[in-house]
Design a protein around this ligand. Structure first.
Ligand code: SR1
Ligand code: MG
Length: 436
């Protein structure tokens, strides 16, 4: 059956999208008019998939199809098409918890590996907004609310093991994208490999320093093992600033195709790591030094808001929860002493999520500087020497956070370290990461 479905898969062209949508229940009504009235625009700008926005007289939808390759590398890099299935499962699994902070799921086609979802308008990608220096007053709290709810309600704290193991069984099949995560985040930056990109020759010494750095690679190995062996909750799996769409009023998390059950800090760290990249890149984006300073302060404030809000929402969900829990059965903690002990266990749990968060933020920063998938924050800096200088700051901070976790047990310590590494420079042995 699987082979039969696979044999019917084909990449849809722009002109086939309206015909594909027409018979899908509810979609023609949502768009209004007839397929001849529907405008189809190819808006793909991510690394992996085909994406179309379809506008009808009454409304619009977003259509996303898995391609049998990495879109930006075409047939030089084949990729399993099943990722759309995992994204559709993820969207449906977390939808009841995240209260509209994701696009509404509308349809999944298991033959063509297409997802149809709500079209977001006038939202833009957060990363683009950060590059443009725009302020989004609600984004940090909204993403924190999303992560706190999605992870709490899919964790062992709020589930029977049977429900949790069902998630593990479903999402552990997401091999294609887990291979990308393992290779691109945890392996490639620390070896020489054909797909690694970085600014040459400016960052050659940094790339070499990371490859030679045994203490760093030992820290990376600890977190790679953590990633592989710690199924705490269902994660988005790729929660960078390109996976968030925003207006000043509204925030939506998109693109859950990397979903898997893993350590909660992986999602939180991805978001914080990408805000930190925006901070380092901002050295070259803002027009005046006042604008730069103001925007950088705002970014650091967002990191604080995000983490503190995540922590308080996760705690609040835990305090209010009275359903089945195979991790912390309520019957064990009813006495005053039991409740006090549970409070302590909650604090220890969240401290450990924080430690993971710091490490994964650092890993995410390194892979976006030395690796295949570069980010627009830095690519927008045309002068390669200046781009490399901005990136060196991010590498220096990341190395410090990974190798000395004992120094970064609090957010204050992490945020205070950010400007310290800004002038790291292109000679790693002169950088704070290798001097302190
Ligand atoms: C092959 S490029 C893969 C990267 O793009 C996605 O956005 C993920 O971040 C992934 O690591
Ligand atoms: Mg993506």
């Amino acid at each position: 059956m699987g082979d039969l479905l696979a044999s019917q898969y084909r990449v849809l062209s722009n002109s086939e999208i309206a015909g594909f949508l027409q018979p899908v229940i509810g979609i023609a009504d949502l768009l209004g008019g007839t397929p001849h009235d529907w405008q189809v625009n190819d808006v793909a700008d991510g690394n992996l998939n085909a994406v179309y926005l379809v506008e009808g007289p009454r409304g619009g939808v977003c259509v996303k199809q898995s391609l049998p390759w990495v879109r930006v590398a075409k047939d030089t890099w084949p990729l399993p098409i099943e990722r759309a299935y995992f994204e559709s499962e993820y969207m449906q699994r977390i939808e009841p918890f995240v209260e509209g902070r994701a696009p509404k799921f509308l349809h999944f086609d298991p033959v063509l590996h297409v997802i149809v979802m709500e079209r977001l308008q006038p939202h833009i990608i957060l990363r683009q907004g950060l590059i443009e220096g725009r302020y989004f007053p609600k984004v940090a709290e909204s993403v924190a609310d999303y992560v706190a709810a999605a992870t709490f309600f899919t964790s062992d704290i709020a589930n029977t093991f049977e429900r949790k193991f069902t998630d593990i069984a479903v999402f552990s099949g997401n091999h294609g994208l887990q291979r990308i995560t393992l290779d691109l985040i945890f392996t490639d930056p620390y070896v020489e490999v054909w797909r690694n990109r970085f600014v040459r020759p400016h960052l050659v010494a940094w790339a070499q320093a990371l490859r030679d750095d045994v203490a760093l690679k030992a820290a990376v190995a600890r977190h790679r093992v953590n990633y592989l062996t710690r199924p705490q909750a269902l994660l988005h799996g790729d929660l960078h600033s390109g996976s968030v769409m925003v207006t000043e009023e509204d925030t939506r998390v998109i693109d859950g195709e990397f979903a898997y059950v893993g350590p909660i800090g992986f999602d939180i760290g991805a978001f914080i790591g990408n805000l930190l990249l925006a901070w380092y890149a901002k050295a070259e984006h803002a027009e005046t030094s006042e604008q730069r300073a103001r925007y950088r302060l705002w970014i650091l404030q967002q990191i604080r808001l995000f983490w503190e809000r995540f922590r308080s929402r996760f705690q609040a969900h835990w305090a209010a929860y009275s359903g089945p829990s195979d991790a912390y059965p309520g019957s064990h903690f009813v006495s005053a002493a039991g409740r006090a002990s549970l409070n302590e266990q909650q604090a220890a749990f969240l401290d450990s999520v924080f430690a993971d968060t710091v490490a994964y933020a650092a890993l995410k920063m390194i892979r976006r500087v030395i690796g295949f998938a570069q980010v627009a924050d830095f690519l927008a800096i045309e002068d390669e020497h200046r781009r490399a200088l901005a990136q060196a700051g991010a590498l220096s901070l990341a190395r410090e956070l990974l190798v000395h976790p004992d120094r970064y047990r609090s957010l204050d310590a992490v945020l205070a370290a950010v400007p310290v590494h800004e002038s790291a420079g292109l000679i790693p042995t002169d950088a704070p990461a290798y001097r302190q």
